[in-house]
Ligand binder design. Structure first.
Ligand code: BES
Ligand code: ZN
Ligand code: ZN
Length: 483
């Protein structure tokens, strides 16, 4: 940060008059505060004000960004404010330097605030441009340099680790966003396998169609029958240095495009269905980040990959499939395919005798109805595991809301010909019944099901994320695995 030519951002509290916190002498500080007041800047969330101090002190431009009231502060308020600062400056400033606001209470540590701030800047800069004309002006940024400014060498030192963590978290989120945003025909199982093989520090086992048949993975094979492209199943293993205390599994739904199969979706319902592998993308992105973070747990990724298409030999309503654990499933709606491939993935994962298992799936449209697009629906057989994930999700700014798995509803999954039917008899509680179906393929292993159908995708976009894939819940999982 060199002063004059630069832009310096200050994050401001709604219920407190403006101060540069020592960047300027008190007299100039007050003058700026009066100026902000005259401009009716109230420091509400999302509000910004640009000031040009006469003597370019402490910088040519000051960008004030509202954080909202101090007592309502969350790390995500800072993440969003940083993203707003980026959006304000991306086509106007060459550089943007952010000052770290004081922690509003002892529950917040400067390190995690620095991380949230840096994450906000990085996440906001995400673009998916590989399919655009290179010169497309709208997407060329002027802003080339960003950073946090410290008040002294000691603070500078303490900011290094959180900034590095923010970079890895944002990169992982960007990877997941990229993979979900890639057009569906281009991300066939072969492409996904090559992505996995490029990850360093992680062992990759690939099971192809013939092996899936030998293993009895009838769910994956049943869904893949409607497509001319063969399915695959990935088992990724990250082993930390030394002997790990915990071994955890992540299973991600990898439906590379969901047409609904013979129970075909209407055209509008299919538009965004390239996102039906967002669970798989999240698991891959997390595994790719683990070696960089030096996570101490052993982590396994389980990724079933297939298209769901209505081809000539597609699974038909009434067909019965047998999953890896031997349970049979009557398929009455081929659009409830995620649970079929996860039936195999979860029972395979449980055979690995892990200490915990989390599945991540764009499983039910009903999740969007139940908890909306800002919350992931969670179900569990182990409240302790979910508690840990929820705490991590608070820090990551990716909310989780628990739904129950009431045994009374089990009735609704009974079939006359098989052990289970893949869609409930009535149309109630779609998200819960998706979770209850999956539970049939989990043994005693502590397990959490995350239904990200509402959170993996944003049609509107926000300061933190352009329209399209969000990369949820990558940061939650990383935060959880790190602590
Ligand atoms: N991939 C969809 C769920 C989905 C819908 C995700 C909208 C994101 C946005 C899933 O495979 C599906 O089609 N589920 C059915 C289940 C039903 C047939 C029991 C659904 O939600 O309608
Ligand atoms: Zn479907
Ligand atoms: Zn699906």
């Amino acid at each position: 940060f060199k002063g004059e030519k630069e832009t310096l951002a200050f994050f401001c509290w709604q219920d407190q008059s403006f101060t540069t916190d020592g960047w300027l002498e008190p007299r100039k500080d007050r003058a700026l505060g009066d100026w902000a007041k005259r401009e009716a800047f109230a420091a509400k969330k999302g509000e910004t004000l640009l000031l040009y101090p006469q003597d370019s002190e402490p910088a040519q431009r000051l960008l004030l960004v509202g954080l909202g009231p101090k007592k309502e502060f969350t790390l995500n308020a800072l993440r969003e404010a940083a993203a707003t600062a980026f959006q304000t400056g991306k086509k106007r400033f060459f550089s943007l330097w952010a000052t770290l606001p004081d922690a509003p209470s002892s529950t917040f540590h400067p390190e995690e605030m620095a991380q949230a701030l840096a994450e906000g800047l990085w996440l906001a800069s995400y673009q998916f441009t590989s399919y655009r004309k290179a010169s497309s002006e709208e997407h060329s940024l002027i802003l080339k340099k960003m950073g946090l400014v410290a008040t002294g060498p000691q603070e500078a030192k303490s900011l290094e680790a959180p900034i590095r963590k923010a970079q890895i978290f944002a990169e992982a989120t960007g990877n997941a966003r990229d993979w979900v945003n890639i057009p569906p025909s281009e991300k066939n199982p072969g492409f996904m396998i090559s992505l996995a093989r490029k990850i360093s520090g992680v062992t990759v086992r690939v099971f192809h169609e013939s092996q899936l048949r030998k293993m009895g993975m009838g769910g994956i094979l049943g869904v893949a029958r409607g497509s001319t492209i063969a399915p695959a199943f990935l088992h990724l293993i990250y082993k930390p240095k030394g002997s790990p205390k915990k071994r955890l599994g992540l299973a991600g739904k990898g439906v590379l495009f969901d047409s609904g199969g013979l129970s075909l979706k209407p055209a509008a319902g299919m538009e965004d269905m390239k996102m039906d592998m967002a669970g798989a993308a999240a698991v891959l992105a997390v595994l790719k980040a683990l070696p960089k973070l030096g996570v101490h747990k052993e982590v396994h990724g389980f990724i079933p990959l297939t298209y769901n298409m209505p081809g000539g030999d597609a699974t038909k309503p009434g067909d019965v499939l047998k999953a890896f654990n031997g349970k049979t499933i009557e398929v009455l709606n081929t659009d409830a395919e995620g649970r079929l491939i996860l039936a195999d993935a979860l029972s395979f994962a449980c055979a690995q005798k892990l200490d915990g298992l989390v599945d991540i799936a764009t499983l039910t449209g009903a999740a969007l109805v139940a908890v909306g697009h800002l919350m992931t629906a969670a179900m569990t057989n182990n409240p302790e595991l979910l508690k840990g994930l929820t705490a991590a999700s608070e820090k990551a700014g990716e909310k989780i809301w628990e739904l129950p798995l009431p045994p009374e509803y089990r009735e609704s999954l009974k079939s006359h010909v098989a052990d289970l039917r893949n869609v409930p008899k009535n149309h109630e509680a779609g998200t819960i019944l998706g979770g209850m179906f999956l539970q049939e393929f989990v043994d005693q292993t502590p397990w959490v099901h995350l239904d990200i159908a509402g959170t993996a995708w944003t049609s509107e976009g926000s300061a933190l994320c352009p329209p399209g894939a969000t990369g949820a819940p990558v940061r939650t999982l990383l935060e959880y695995l790190l602590h």
